[in-house]
Design a protein around this ligand. Structure first.
Ligand SMILES: NC(=O)c1ccc[n+]([C@@H]2O[C@H](COP(=O)([O-])OP(=O)(O)OC[C@H]3O[C@@H](n4cnc5c(N)ncnc54)[C@H](OP(=O)(O)O)[C@@H]3O)[C@@H](O)[C@H]2O)c1
Length: 241
């Protein structure tokens, strides 16, 4: 029996892929990974569940199988899957894209966090939830209305979960990963300067080499998980540790 179970969303690329690689190489860790894309990796400690997390009816049906009742010392949920959404000012957004973004960035991690607490509240395991946030959760960015709003709401949900489970065997974090060199950043650089006034700044981040390496961010997340007792605040930023 593995000592640790990691449930990770958005493992197929970017930061999630780096977190997956970081944890697969550890002893005694089993990973349940959820993205739309299934990676071509053979590892006895990896189970991949290919689902679209914005399809909430599908997710709802899978919840029981995602959180097995089993004897692990530590159970970790990392809600990492996320989408920058349409980069356009409010007034030019499409309702169907807004719905997909809210489902993926906010409701899916809320469903997963809720099920996680329900499943493990009365177990003896150490339970850790990390909801991947963004500096945009506390800073209004023109063109990112849906992204800023969903990240802000998820941070508040995480704060409430932490408040409700203070005396229990739970730790909750809303973690900003910094500006990371992933496809999400490439998508941001492809947007239009009409719709996104900060375009040049984000293009400069790339050309000046200011983006973080996903592997280094994954190592920081591993450090946080291995040292939760050192982190008292729910709101965390990898650039601060
Ligand atoms: N990159 C940054 O600078 C930055 C900064 C702050 C915060 N963040 C946050 O960090 C997290 C990871 O971002 P990233 O930069 O690594 O993004 P990314 O490279 O675009 O990767 C996103 C991941 O989410 C998965 N995903 C997207 N839509 C999905 C869906 N409908 N259902 C299931 N999985 C889905 C993708 O897999 P599939 O396409 O295979 O489904 C992929 O594995 C996000 O929450 C993002 O908001 C990133």
């Amino acid at each position: 029996m593995s000592k640790t179970l990691l449930i990770l969303t958005g493992h197929s690329k970017g930061l999630g892929r780096a977190i997956l690689d970081q944890f697969l190489k550890k002893e005694g860790v089993e990973v349940l990974a959820i993205s739309r894309t299934k990676l071509n990796i053979e590892a006895s400690n990896l189970t991949q569940l290919p689902i679209d997390l914005s399809e909430l009816e599908v997710l709802d049906k899978e919840l029981e199988s995602i959180f097995p009742i089993a004897n692990y010392e530590t159970i970790i949920l990392i809600n990492n899957a996320g989408w920058i959404g349409e980069i356009k000012p409010i007034g030019k957004l499409h309702p169907s894209e807004m719905r997909t973004q809210v489902n993926l960035n906010l409701l899916a991690p809320m469903f997963l966090t809720n099920s996680f607490v329900k499943s493990y509240k009365f177990t003896s395991s150490k339970n850790i939830v990390i909801n991947i946030s963004s500096g945009a959760s506390s800073r209004p960015v023109s063109g990112w209305g849906g992204y800023c709003s969903t990240k802000a709401a998820l941070a508040m949900f995480t704060l409430v979960a932490a408040k409700e489970n203070k005396s229990d065997n739970f730790k909750f974090f809303s973690l900003a990963p910094g500006i990371v060199d992933t496809e999400m950043q490439a998508d941001i650089r492809k947007s239009s300067d009409v719709d996104f006034p900060e375009l040049e700044k984000f293009q400069d981040f790339k050309s000046n080499g200011d983006l973080s390496d996903p592997k280094e961010v994954a190592e920081k997340i591993d450090y946080l998980i291995s040292n939760v007792e050192k982190f008292n605040e729910v709101i965390q930023d990898v650039r601060k540790f």
